[in-house]
Design a protein around this ligand. Structure first.
Ligand SMILES: [Mg+2]
Length: 230
């Protein structure tokens, strides 16, 4: 059961909690492919569609445990490898990545997200806690957040308890005073509970909870979260 009296801070997952991530990634991969077609045509030809670029990105993620927590680095290295394999200049990777990265920030918030951020940030300091590479400022929601903690900068990702503790530390509270909110059962909910936090599962698609220890609460969207905390 959620104990609201304990909550001093809310940490929020980003991808698939505030916006759907796959439409964003698909658009960004298309932008990347178009960029390659214009600037490195042999790479665009070898990786003949955005899905082929995703395969090489997944290959790099598997092969490089050293950068796995940093999705920007994984993406940048996958572009470099694609350019190299195609006989194009690997130095183009930075500019190609920039094209991808700008598009990756063009997210479309769930319709409940903006109002919820306004309501929650008026009551609690909010901390973003993400394994992804969204940039709050470029997304346009940085004003709602007191701090941002990412696997990319911290060096390890969720569900490692250390990154949850870093989120609590970023706003000077103890882990048990944090309510973590996220869509991923293992990364968000189980990770937060193991780190000593309370956790709300954002279950937009009506999935079954299949783990032993349940979340402190489950909501189907962020409007419900606001109602729960009201
Ligand atoms: Mg998520």
């Amino acid at each position: 059961m959620l104990d609201i009296s304990r909550v001093k801070t809310i940490s929020l997952d980003l991808d698939d909690t505030l916006w759907p991530i796959w439409p964003t990634i698909e658009r960004a991969e298309k932008v990347l492919h178009d960029w390659l077609a214009a600037h490195a045509p042999m790479a665009a030809a070898l990786f003949s569609n955005p899905a082929a670029l995703r395969e090489i990105r997944n290959h790099v993620a598997d092969q490089r445990p050293d950068i796995k927590h940093d999705l920007s680095a994984v993406r940048r290295e996958s572009i470099r490898l694609a350019l190299y394999r195609a006989g194009e200049d690997p130095l183009l990777a930075e500019r190609a990545f920039d094209a991808f990265f700008s598009a990756r920030q063009q997210v479309e918030l769930y319709e409940d997200a903006h109002d919820a951020l306004a309501v929650l940030s008026a009551r609690y300091p909010l901390v973003s806690l993400s394994n992804g590479n969204a940039d709050l400022k470029r997304v346009g929601i940085d004003r709602f957040f007191r701090a941002a903690v990412s696997a990319r900068e911290f060096g390890v990702g969720k569900p490692d308890p250390r990154i949850f503790h870093a989120a609590a530390g970023a706003v000077d509270v103890e882990p048990h005073e944090v309510l973590h909110v996220g869509d991923d059962a293992t990364l968000d909910v189980i990770g937060a509970v193991n780190a000593g936090m309370q956790a709300v599962w954002v279950n937009r698609d009506g999935h079954q909870w299949t783990y032993d220890e349940p979340p402190h609460a489950t909501v189907s969207d962020l409007r419900q979260l606001c109602a729960l905390l009201a």
